[in-house]
Write a protein of this length. Sequence first.
Length: 402
Amino acid sequence: MIDASDVSTGRRILVICALALGGFAIGSTEFSAMSLLPFYARELGLTEPVAAHAISAYALGVVAGAPILAFAGAGLPRRRLLVWLMIAIAAGNAMTVWAPTYHWLLAARFVSGLPHGAYFGVAALMAASVMPQRRAQSVALVMLGLTLATIIGSPAANFIGLTIGWRWGFAIVVVLALLTALSVQLCAPLQRPEGKRSKLGELSALANLQVWLTLGAGAIGFGGLFAVYSFLSPLITEEMGASPETVPVILVIFGIGMTVGNLGAGWLADKALKRTGIGLLIWSAVVLAALPLMTGNLLLLGIGAFAIALGGGLGPVLQTRLMDVAGEAQTLAAALHHAAFNAANALGPFLAGSAIAAGYGWTAPGWVGSLLALGGLAVLLTSFWVERRRRGGWQVAEPCST
């Protein structure tokens, strides 16, 4: 076993890069399923709202797998657990590549999502342990792999689907996942596993009302972003009549907006966490409701996509909030954060697809997303109100140091 203090500066950089590569692989498979939606819908003979259930299946896999795998793997050294999680991600995406039918595709996407939340939870802890003086920055760098996937991975997958076939988009993720597993094995220190006391302490998150309210704000509030992102491709080609070649451009703009939103919200949250969370959800509600006004031309839609994507900055805000309220349950809370994120990924496309199928048109996801953002705002305000009311009694759990 190697203590974090024994890791050289150069090796720490390699560890962070390896962990960020895993984030990029996971982000690529998650967002590629959205950008490739028209291609696998057409090949499998499905309508796009029905094919979007594959997106929801992945998200449900994350929701189911995050708490189970994070808790079950607490007895393993972090490096070993991360390697096995990335191998599982590679296997799930290999199943996606070979899926012959719609139901096989649903199963493959569910399996692909199972390791997602646990990977990010454990990777965040490892990143913080190898850079203890800059914990927040190290975790942000790991998450940067996820946001870069919206700029590079998802548009590239759309281009691949357009040129050589949608299955190749997921095949590339298999390669990225295996490269991550190898990189983590070679670069990361073999740290001691969590002890039984820590493992039992993780269960405290399940009895913490503030944890559940924070997760609920993310599960509902984030749904608006995914409601629109999942149907950007058909919105551009079907509603606006633009060529399929323009879709990757809009996806890149969306990805840049998410990256800017994450970095900017992280900076603002350090100054005023609660006001940043409230402001982001209000911003999302307004710009999502304005989506029908953005379909006049591609330039306007590009500006709108960037504005909507800024709402992705809610992620680091809620993650920081969870660190403040989770007490000893830091690992499970971190994994549950990504479970909530993907509950939104399931809820948003499902509700938006239902609205489209009901005949409300390709701009309906904007209105659906706006309502979800308002719902998330209501839950977050409830969390703050409950915290304020209880300060006169028992204290909200303080974040533990690692």
